[in-house]
Ligand binder design. Structure first.
Ligand SMILES: [Zn+2]
Length: 459
């Protein structure tokens, strides 16, 4: 038995009045956030000014309590004056805005003092009406609404109809194998949704049916290629949306967009085309994610060890090529899904080091090509003459890493149960790769690569 957190997301179909109430709650969260941020800013500026006058630290205006609890206390004292309408929304809305602010301030402070890894977290900024609308509920009466499995309960707002059945979660709640901890309501691309954070209890992991290791190479043309030789194709409807998306992107490119250098504002037609392309992009990503879920569930059920490539998640943002970006979403997503699914079912996930040349290495002799263009779909080795499909060759190279990763010296990552599966850690956690080539009859002896070393072909 083990417990983990899991999210259950349901699209909402609120009545117009309910939609207005949901928007009002999001506005309340934003108001409290901005109110708190203004206070913190004033306080910091005041203390900085006092320091320039040479006041001792003890004589300065005291620093504000920036904890969620502290901010909430200050809000409760001030709300009657600054927001006499506060009673219109659940107190949870204000509390969630202040909790977010507290986290943002904590991240900024930790980043500033070098206690936080990863990209620098800046000082929180005021949220505009165009910012993402959301609020979180952690206490009070909320959850699924008993009868019919088609409604959720939200404080102040009441029973809201869902776009799909809540049966799956309801069954777990009924059985006592799940407990709802929090709910986040948000508005995304024209739609309201609720995401329940659920603590789930799962029985002991099931034994592997096929066992062994599998290498997974994710691509653009195919969803994935496995080292077993199996190709998981892109589903037809996904390809169709991808074609539409490319067309929509071209339309955006032809219209007058914003230009920061010249200060040119985007045209109304550009905005419209942009919104249409965004909607399609969401659709592609969602369709892909859905199919990846099916793939990862199957991989975890069938194999003991799963080897995937590392990917530069932060670099995704800088990537301008669309097809690449769509595929990258798949790669980041596949890792996220495998990380928690492997942890839940006691499987091992190996993540190849970022610079492991999975595509450029010959799986037969281990020779590494200096260059292999993305357009070259076949891998032809100049050293031993082996010819293989580019992706299948890469997948087999990845599978080979599973063996190297089992040796204790190489420091491979055995799946680490992530605290929150929806928030993958971006910290570098690859491992020094090595390869133990499978013994093949009739092949010439090769230099055995050590787990620590990068291997190259010896002629
Ligand atoms: Zn070769």
């Amino acid at each position: 038995m083990s417990t983990h957190h899991q999210a259950y997301v349901f699209a909402l179909e609120p009545t117009p009045e309910q939609a207005q109430a949901l928007a009002s709650h999001c506005g309340a969260a934003r108001f409290a956030y901005n109110w708190g941020l203004a206070r913190v800013k004033t306080n910091l500026a005041q203390r900085a000014a006092e320091r320039t006058y040479g006041l001792a630290e003890a004589e300065l205006t005291p620093a504000l309590d920036r904890s969620a609890y502290g901010l909430r206390k200050q809000w409760n004292a001030a709300k009657h004056a600054v927001a006499p309408w506060w009673g219109a929304n659940s107190k949870e809305a204000y509390a969630s805005g202040l909790a977010n602010l507290s986290v943002a301030l904590k991240n900024w402070n930790a980043s500033r003092t070098g206690k936080r890894a990863g990209r620098k977290a800046g000082f929180p900024r005021f949220r505009s009406k165009r910012s993402r609308r959301s609020f979180r509920i952690t206490t009070g009466s909320f959850g699924l609404d008993g009868a019919g499995n088609r409604h959720v309960k939200l404080p102040r707002i009441g029973r809201v109809r869902t776009g799909e059945s809540t049966r799956k979660l309801a069954r777990h709640l009924h059985r006592g194998s799940a407990r709802i901890l929090a709910a986040t309501v948000s508005h995304r691309r024209g739609r309201w949704q609720v995401s329940f954070t659920v603590e789930k209890t799962t029985p002991a992991p099931a034994p592997a049916t096929r066992g062994g290791a599998v290498g997974v190479d994710l691509g653009i043309t195919h969803l994935a290629v496995l080292s077993t030789g199996e190709t998981v194709a892109n589903p037809k409807h996904l390809e169709k949306v991808q074609r539409k998306l490319r067309r929509a992107q071209r339309r955006v490119a032809r219209r007058r967009g914003p230009d920061r250098r010249t200060g040119q504002t985007p045209s109304g037609r550009w905005r419209k085309a942009r919104a249409a392309a965004d909607r399609l992009h969401t659709k592609v990503v969602n369709a892909r994610r859905d199919h990846l879920h099916k793939l990862t569930t199957r991989l975890v059920a069938d194999f003991d060890t799963i080897v995937i490539e590392d990917l530069n998640v932060a670099g995704m943002v800088a990537n301008r090529r669309l097809a690449r970006a769509v595929a990258d979403v798949g790669m980041g997503e596949v890792r996220r899904q495998l990380e928690y699914k492997a942890a839940w079912s006691g499987r091992r996930l190996v993540v190849a080091e970022r610079w492991f040349p999975s595509s450029k290495t010959c799986n037969d002799c281990g020779a590494v090509k200096a260059k292999l263009r993305l357009s070259q779909r076949t891998f032809a080795c100049q050293v031993c003459g082996a010819v293989a499909d580019r992706d299948a060759n890469a997948a087999r190279n990845l599978a080979g890493l599973a063996e190297a990763a089992s040796s204790p010296s190489c420091g491979a990552r055995i799946n680490e149960p992530a605290g929150n599966p929806r928030k993958p850690s971006l910290a570098g956690d690859g491992y020094r790769h090595g390869k133990t080539p499978p013994a093949r009859a009739g092949s010439t002896p090769r230099r055995k690569a050590t787990a620590q070393g990068t291997f190259s072909h010896v002629s």
